[in-house]
Design a protein around this ligand. Structure first.
Ligand code: PLP
Ligand code: COI
Length: 362
């Protein structure tokens, strides 16, 4: 049903920001606060497949109050960045992996799968009109947020027959206020993010909704993020509210949770690949909070970091739980953590050779 190629209709934004407004925003982008002048919109229906691809002025979406997403949360999204290289060109990092993950999320949430070519084309179309929004200062990028949701107005509980896919984008600096200062993380023992057979591995809004009270608890304890444990035994590390976690042992081994209720991060996968390329051992397995506690106390676990598109790689200084702590808030960033961060961002910004063919020009 879907056409082989997508011809996008383009409507320029007549109220696009002036050069002065644009310069103000780019000078201090923050994270997720400002959006570019356009957005992509592609419709899907059970009878017509993917159709009506458009680039249109960024602005409100009109929704029927009975739109299924507002009631049953049938929604998925992605997050990736566009980077400006020194020569002015604009590149994305492993967008095929984001396309594949959006398809996996779609299958779990009973949404239609957007073909990879359409996903990539949607990014190219947006950058073609909004390229000026990709900043060039160090550590800045354009955060791209593709998303899809059930638009059909129907209150029966079943997969929607009308769905829309959008892409919006937001110039971005560091996700955390402290930049790459070591994070303090709150260990949630009250709340779980996802459970067995649930939606934890899908990038769907509900997982983030369920993380918010725990995230608030983290803020209340002076922490920037929350760490979730497995929902069955409350023993094993899962992930943070919006990023994956990796521990580093004294002998250089990297350990990261294997679980089917966490999001398979593209940043984590890439970092672990870079570490393996350097000869480090990588263990993807269950890892308990007790193992971390003991390992940190006896010097066997020497670094920890958070990783994700928004966070890039951010060292973890302190884990704060109701009745114990691991590490300290004024810990120094780990050496391996920072060197892997340097290599990854080097590839993303075109300063380091892209051995794995991860970069795609937009
Ligand atoms: N885990 C969660 C819950 C996330 O929201 C993210 C961010 O997208 C990640 C992990 C890391 O995924 P990625 O590296 O693909 O951005
Ligand atoms: C991302 O890194 O893309 C996320 O979705 C995480 C969120 C904290 C912005």
């Amino acid at each position: 049903l879907a056409p082989a190629t997508l011809e996008f209709a383009i409507t320029p934004n007549e109220n696009a920001r002036s050069a002065a407004e644009h310069a103000d925003i780019i000078a201090e982008p923050g994270f997720g606060k400002h959006f570019t002048d356009h957005m992509v919109d592609i419709c899907w229906s059970e009878w017509g497949g993917w159709h009506r691809p458009r680039v249109q002025p960024y602005g409100p979406i009109s929704l029927d109050p009975a739109a299924a997403v507002l009631h049953y949360a049938q929604e998925i999204f992605e997050g990736l960045k566009a980077y400006r290289w020194a020569d002015g060109s604009i590149w994305s990092f492993r967008p095929d992996a984001n396309a594949a993950r959006l398809q996996r999320s779609a299958r779990r949430m009973a949404l239609p799968e957007l073909p990879t070519e359409y996903f990539i084309e949607s990014l190219k179309q947006l950058i073609a009109v909004d390229g000026r929004w990709v900043p060039s200062a160090p550590e800045t990028s354009l955060y791209i947020r593709p998303f899809m949701f059930a638009k059909e107005a129907f209150l029966g509980v079943r997969p929607a027959k009308k769905v829309n896919y959008y892409v919006i984008a937001s110039p971005a600096g560091a996700y955390f206020h402290g930049g790459i200062e070591p994070l303090s993380i709150w260990l949630s023992t009250t709340y779980s993010r996802a459970g067995k057979g649930g939606t934890g591995a899908a990038k769907t809004g509900g997982n983030y909704a369920s993380s918010l009270v725990a995230q608030q608890e983290a803020y209340d304890h002076g922490c920037a993020q929350v760490l979730f444990l497995d929902s069955e035994e409350g023993k094993y590390l899962e992930e943070l509210g919006g990023m994956n976690i990796v521990l580093v042992k004294k002998d250089g081994t990297l350990v990261t949770p294997a679980s089917d209720s966490i999001l398979e991060g593209i940043t984590r996968d890439s970092i672990l690949q870079l570490a393996e390329d350097r000869g480090h051992r990588v263990e993807r397995r269950r890892v308990s909070i007790e193992e971390w506690r003991e390992g940190a106390a006896n010097g066997d676990i020497v670094e920890a970091f958070a990783c994700g598109t928004a966070a890039v790689v951010t060292p973890i200084g302190l884990i704060k739980a109701e009745d114990f702590e691991i590490g300290s808030a004024d810990a120094l960033p780990g050496e391996l953590t920072m060197s892997l961060r340097e290599e990854l961002t080097g590839i993303q910004y075109g300063r380091v050779e892209d051995r794995h063919g991860w970069m795609l020009r937009l």
